[in-house]
Ligand binder design. Structure first.
Ligand SMILES: Cc1cc2nc3c(=O)[nH]c(=O)nc-3n(C[C@H](O)[C@H](O)[C@H](O)COP(=O)(O)OP(=O)(O)OC[C@H]3O[C@@H](n4cnc5c(N)ncnc54)[C@H](O)[C@@H]3O)c2cc1C
Length: 370
């Protein structure tokens, strides 16, 4: 594919992206087959990540999703669980989790969203309650989280009590996830971004050791809602990067396959390309900002909603240009057109991001900032 991928991402990541694109339709057909490729250096880079900055993650995720986002999301690696463990895990929890993920190339899950209460952390109903001095019982229903049925380790978010200080992140080990009588996991039928393997999990009175509760060594202010907000601020630029890589892939594809340049509105394409460039620049600044002050929410919300929007806009341009033949003659593009609408929901919809931005503005005005 001609276009800007190679110059934006550099040789190594461009080659990784080419590999992801080569296996994209295979993984869409059977996400499980990702494990055949687990020793590929692109996948090992994800698996071994333990210390990346937000900026490094953003650059890597954009490049890999220029290849194919479905493949990237199917991959093993610490992913979102790794971020919350880095944020609030104690040394033993960190060592156990990262050793396990790296030595087995494990897929991981991170479950906040619930079937009845969505992903608004304050409303979740999943609970842990004390059983003995250092054991608890976990009862939860979670849905729409990536790799849930395939993962061998991961984190679920629950409440130990009402209020923001009652939030807890629980590390589920392979032993918990294999308790077939107490835990049910299944893959959900999906139409888009099938590689993400969105799943459902339910468990009743699953015994949890206190050492599996993250952040017990911290005060509840740091391990509760604040940890969730901080972790989501670190994740959200990643979703923006996924959408941006996808958007650049569709742009490059359109550019190199549009054989009738007169019909392809050159001005429209130039406009979209400059939007891609400026959103990328903004995203990198955001990631830098998150590395410096991970509690500030507003920039990552802005970046996420802008990247989602440009990915959808470029996809609509592709539909306009190719028409229905796209779905017959361009299978990878047809896949991307299906996948693109998932980004709106990952890490919160546009309305929710805009509300974050508005709340920040309101607080700044109240403090005399604007
Ligand atoms: C590919 C993919 C991967 C995902 N991965 C994970 C994962 O790994 N872990 C996980 O826990 N979840 C995951 N999710 C779930 C995702 O985070 C939620 O679906 C998303 O945050 C939307 O939340 P919700 O379903 O609660 O919808 P809601 O937030 O309830 O939104 C429903 C509708 O109401 C609107 N709305 C909501 N609140 C307001 C408001 N205050 N004002 C105005 N309108 C509002 C929304 O815009 C939307 O149109 C994933 C989802 C997808 C699609």
């Amino acid at each position: 594919v001609k276009g800007y991928g190679q110059s934006i991402y550099g040789h190594k990541y461009f080659e990784y992206a080419r590999f992801f694109r080569k296996i994209a339709l295979e993984i869409e057909n059977n996400p499980e087959s990702i494990m055949q490729y687990k020793s590929h250096p692109a996948i090992q880079e994800l698996v071994m990540d333990q210390t990346s900055t937000c900026l490094e993650r953003v650059q890597r995720l954009e490049a890999l999703c220029y290849g194919d986002a479905g493949v990237m999301l199917a991959c093993p690696g610490p992913s979102l669980s790794g971020l919350i463990i880095r944020e609030i895990g104690d040394e033993e929890q960190k060592q156990y989790f990262f050793d396990f993920v790296q030595s087995t190339s494990a897929r991981t899950l991170f479950a906040l969203t619930e079937p009845d209460f969505g992903s608004e952390a304050g409303h979740i109903q999943s609970r842990i309650k004390p059983k003995t001095v250092d054991t608890f019982e976990l009862s939860c229903k979670k849905c729409l989280f990536g790799n849930g049925a395939a993962a061998s380790i991961g984190v679920v978010l629950v409440k130990a009590s009402e209020g923001p200080l009652g939030m807890r992140a629980i590390l589920l080990t392979p032993d918990h996830l294999n308790e077939v009588n107490k835990i049910t996991r299944k893959k959900l039928n999906c139409f888009a971004l099938i590689g993400a393997q969105l799943s459902y999990l339910e468990c009743e009175n699953l015994e949890i050791d206190s050492k599996n509760i993250l952040g017990m060594h911290l005060n509840p202010l740091r391990s509760g809602m604040m940890a969730i907000i901080t972790t989501f601020n670190q994740m959200r630029p990643g979703v923006a990067a996924i959408a941006l890589g996808h958007a650049q892939a569709v742009w490059d594809y359109l550019y190199s396959h549009a054989n009738n340049r007169k019909r392809l509105q050159q001005i429209e394409m130039d406009g979209l390309l400059s939007q891609l460039k400026s959103i990328r620049q903004y995203l990198h600044q955001t990631a830098n900002q998150v590395d410096k002050s991970p509690r500030v929410q507003v920039y990552s919300s802005m970046a996420k909603q802008m990247a989602t929007l440009i990915a959808e806009k470029i996809s609509q341009t592709a539909i306009k240009y190719f028409g229905l033949s796209l779905f017959i003659d361009h299978p990878i593009l047809a896949k991307w057109i299906r996948d693109v609408y998932a980004y709106e929901y990952m890490e919160g919809t546009t309305y929710v991001q805009l509300q974050n931005i508005f709340n920040h503005y309101k607080t700044s005005v109240a403090q005399g900032g604007y």
